[in-house]
Design a protein around this ligand. Structure first.
Ligand code: AMP
Ligand code: ZN
Length: 491
């Protein structure tokens, strides 16, 4: 198979992926700040990396996938002042910060489970790595890139930029940054407004605090990812991912912290997933412009005309490339549901298809190669899905006796459909699949199918049509093929 190429946000180009150690991949993805329920935008970003994780594993790599939980240090407005998002919520609800963390971590896991995510290899928390963060700060101070003022420690961006390149990931230059940042209001301890906090002394009211050599306080938001990625993946690792909105300042600061503490750029390939929008605006917790996952399963949302299954939503998301903006709409989701059902129907049909002695009317080897070509081209899932629909068409032609397939090719299609649809895209056969409707329901529909067959044999077409049409009315569709009649169920 052709080599995997990944778009590296640092170089701005698609690069051939060469892991630092043959056969192994270290991947770090910034996780959620657990102060409220995840919305579908968050899900999209994590799903992009779930697909990356799945594909790397499929290619045979041993992947150590680290995705953290931010449970301290992330202040309002992503800035160095204001309240910690978690303590703010805890104050509001009069509960412990760790109750907030627990509630929304459980919600996060539940949601990802609903969407059939694979768990990461390690899921470290910021509060579980305060010691590592303090050690990183000590290194940065020792190397002359940070300073302490009144119990807080700040990263000296200008000093760093004298010998290194602050802004290389987000393509910002320091002069523009200086020009665009507000001047300090006299209340800040920072030397320059571009500097960012590594450690903040806690005010009296601040409940989330830890002892350190500088003060009782808490780590800056960017620091946890540097400390935890270094701890679990080393000073240099293969892939770092996150949403596009984290590129600056979060990831830019991570690079600076690593270079300042252990001297090298920590990441080989930077990957950024693009945003999910709603009504053309970024889905966000803070603005309320979002849809929560459970709303899809109940259908109770002003943005939805009906309920949808998790696999349909997953299919909708993966129909767009992870680097493109995706705008959510009920109409688009309805179209995805149709596509998803068509794909799953073909998967069902495939299991009932019989091979013939004739050669296949389709070049399966070229199709397989084209599927890999799509995924190897920076995880191009929409092209992969288009390739899957080419095979759907062929499967339906065989079922309608308009095409033939050899036994070897049938085995190859079945194997690759399983791999691409279920292992790599992570879809599940949850709604239109006959197989899900085992037991009494399946027996009942099968009984009606045999009664219809009998009616047709007796030329009682009125009755046979009545059975078919009545089932259709309640969303059960009969499909006649050469091996008999199968049924699918709409959700
Ligand atoms: P947060 O919990 O706010 O730190 O966000 C968790 C992840 O979700 C980050 O990687 C964000 O970049 C990502 N994210 C936030 N909003 C969106 C959105 N509207 N579309 C896609 N990803 C998002
Ligand atoms: Zn991070």
């Amino acid at each position: 198979m052709k080599d995997l190429h990944i778009y590296n946000s640092l170089s701005g180009e698609k690069e051939k992926f060469i892991p630092l150690e043959e056969g192994f991949v270290g991947m770090y993805v910034c996780g959620p700040t657990v102060y409220s329920n995840v919305h579908l935008g968050n899900v999209r970003t994590f799903m992009s990396f779930d697909m990356v994780f799945r594909y790397l594993k499929h290619l045979g790599y041993t992947v150590r996938y680290v995705r953290n939980i931010t449970d301290a240090g992330h202040l309002e407005n992503d800035a160095d002042s204001g309240e910690d998002r978690i303590s703010k919520k805890a104050n509001l609800e009069k509960i412990e910060p760790m109750e907030v963390v627990q509630r929304y971590t459980v919600d996060f896991h539940q949601t990802l489970n609903d969407f059939n995510f694979l768990p990461p290899s390690i899921e470290p928390t910021a509060t579980g790595h305060i010691i590592e963060q303090i050690e990183t700060i000590k290194e940065i101070i020792k190397n002359g890139f940070a300073y302490e003022v009144n119990g807080s420690v700040y990263f000296d961006v200008l000093k760093f930029n004298e010998t290194k390149d602050y802004g290389k990931l987000s393509k910002r230059n320091i002069e523009d940054l200086i020009h665009n940042t507000r001047t300090l209001d006299g209340q800040s301890d920072k030397k320059n407004p571009q500097d960012f906090a590594l450690w903040k002394k806690a005010e009296k009211y601040h409940i989330m605090r830890w002892p350190s050599p500088w003060s009782d306080g808490f780590p800056g938001w960017h620091l946890e990812c540097t400390a935890m990625s270094t701890k679990y993946l080393g000073k240099k690792f293969d892939i770092h991912g996150g949403g596009m909105d984290l590129k600056f300042p979060h990831h830019e600061c991570e690079i600076a912290q690593s270079e300042a503490s252990h001297g090298n750029d920590p990441v080989n390939v930077w990957m950024h997933a693009n945003m999910l929008t709603l009504n053309g605006q970024k889905m966000a917790k803070s603005t309320g412009n979002n849809i929560l996952p459970y709303e899809f399963f109940t259908g109770k949302s002003k943005h939805l005309s009906k309920k949808y299954s998790a696999s349909v939503v997953r299919f909708f998301i993966l129909q767009a490339h992870y680097r493109s903006v995706l705008d959510f709409s009920d109409k688009a989701l309805l179209a995805s549901e149709k596509g998803y059902n068509k794909l799953m129907d073909a998967v069902n049909t495939l299991s009932a298809i019989k091979a013939s002695n004739k050669t296949s009317d389709f070049d399966i080897m070229v199709w397989i190669e084209d599927c890999y070509k799509a995924m190897n081209d920076d995880f191009n899932s929409p092209i992969l899905i288009a390739e899957l629909f080419r095979i759907v068409k062929f499967i339906n032609q065989i079922n309608d006796q308009q095409a033939t397939i050899s036994p070897q090719d049938l085995a190859l299609i079945s194997k690759h459909i399983k791999e691409f649809v279920f292992d790599i895209l992570g879809l599940k056969t949850e709604i239109s699949s006959v197989t899900r409707f085992e037991g009494k329901l399946k027996e009942t529909v099968d009984l009606l199918i045999s009664m219809r067959k009998e009616a047709r044999a007796n030329k009682d077409f009125e009755m046979s049509d009545k059975i078919r049409d009545s089932l259709k009315e309640i969303g059960i569709q009969l499909k006649d093929g050469k091996d008999g009649t199968i049924f699918t169920i709409e959700n």
